[in-house]
Design a protein around this ligand. Sequence first.
Ligand SMILES: [Zn+2]
Length: 74
Amino acid sequence: MTCFFCKGSMVESTTIHTVELKNCIVVIKNAPCLKCDQCGKETFTFEVTQRLEKIIDKCKEALAEIAVVNYSAA
Ligand SMILES: [Zn+2]
């Protein structure tokens, strides 16, 4: 896979994904991503995006102000 922006090569990595919602902030640690080794742009696969959305939905129900979740444990 090549980078959409600079055509560099994408390597497997992990990142911290932070989402700001109306009433809470969700921080998802160790989210698997593909990172460009040239410009540093990170992208998620479709599967990971879907799973992140599910984790975020769960956090909305928990009504915590700040939720810190480990991707692999969620
Ligand atoms: Zn790039």
